[in-house]
Design a protein around this ligand. Structure first.
Ligand SMILES: NC(=O)c1ccc[n+]([C@@H]2O[C@H](COP(=O)([O-])OP(=O)(O)OC[C@H]3O[C@@H](n4cnc5c(N)ncnc54)[C@H](OP(=O)(O)O)[C@@H]3O)[C@@H](O)[C@H]2O)c1
Length: 262
């Protein structure tokens, strides 16, 4: 985007992990921010830190995105305040680990609601404004699990495959209106995500785990470059190459061993 001081970045899931890091990196570049998540106290304290450190304007919007009406309410509130969102980071999401039939159906459906339905609604609602203004950027956060179905991550892998394909299609569709859509696919990273998915961190997982700053930098760089998608980190790039180059039964067995060990 041209002048950071005149652009507003809305980040969903800004109260921890990648979202918090997106907020930090965009604040460092002087952008105005809108931080969205459920935990208001965490958002308020992050906002205060960023205002003091980077002298940026930060709005806090405590919203439960699993309620779709909350998405349109958020948009209406921002419009009323005259806030135009130039960059949308669709990051909020949570995982679900375990045998499909052993997890409650509600857990799977509420994950779909957040990871798919609310991301779609945010893109629709804020994408309309970007189309009217003939400019904007949207970063969708998928996962390298979007590239294959992994045992004990059936619904999560499928949800992230949706995010990746949705982003791929919109990349071309929105280009006509000068709106960039890019999808970031992180691999295992050191955020609150793994504990939220009730998963244990094994030594195999530690070996491939990335820290949040390089993942977020890769996402912002790809978005600014107008790329269709990016896989964060060399080992994750090699993993996706391995998935492409080997039969499914082989790469599924390897991924399952890494992610379900212990
Ligand atoms: N970490 C990884 O290994 C990894 C790998 C690949 C992809 N990802 C993806 O990266 C994204 C961010 O996850 P993370 O790793 O940063 O995990 P995280 O630290 O658990 O962050 C998830 C964020 O989503 C927010 N959130 C959850 N439910 C919400 C709801 N109903 N409404 C609004 N906000 C909600 C959480 O805030 P509140 O609880 O305050 O609402 C939190 O800020 C997710 O889409 C995830 O699938 C993560």
């Amino acid at each position: 985007m041209t002048n950071p001081n005149h652009t507003t970045v809305l980040i969903t899931g800004a109260s921890s992990g990648f979202g918090e890091e997106f907020a930090r990196q965009y604040a460092q570049r002087g952008h105005r921010l809108v931080l969205v998540a459920r935990r208001k106290d965490r958002l308020e304290s992050l906002a205060e830190t960023l205002r003091q450190q980077y002298n940026v304007n930060v709005l806090v919007e405590p919203v439960d995105l699993s309620d779709l009406a909350a998405v349109t309410d958020l948009h209406a509130r921002l419009t009323k305040r005259g806030v135009e969102v130039d960059v949308l980071i669709n990051n909020a999401g949570h995982g679900l680990h375990g045998p499909f039939l052993d997890n409650p159906l509600d857990a799977a459906l509420s994950m779909i609601q957040l990871d798919i339905a609310s991301l779609t609604a945010m893109t629709h609602v804020f994408g309309q404004d970007m189309r009217k203004r003939k400019r904007g950027q949207i970063l969708q956060i998928a996962s390298i699990l979007a590239y294959q179905g992994v045992e004990q991550f059936a619904v999560y892998s499928a949800a992230k495959a949706y995010v990746l394909r949705f982003g791929d299609a919109l990349h071309r569709e929105f280009k006509r209106d000068n709106v960039t859509v890019t999808t970031l696919c992180p691999g295992l990273s050191d955020t609150g995500f793994i504990s939220a998915a009730e998963q244990r961190v094994t030594p195999q997982m530690q070996m491939v785990m990335m820290q949040t700053p390089p993942v977020v930098r890769a996402g912002i760089r790809a978005l600014d470059a107008g790329r269709i998608s990016v896989v964060a980190g060399l080992s994750n790039k090699l993993t996706t190459f391995f998935m492409w180059a080997t039969p499914r039964r082989i790469h599924q067995a390897v991924m399952s061993r890494i992610l379900n060990a212990g």
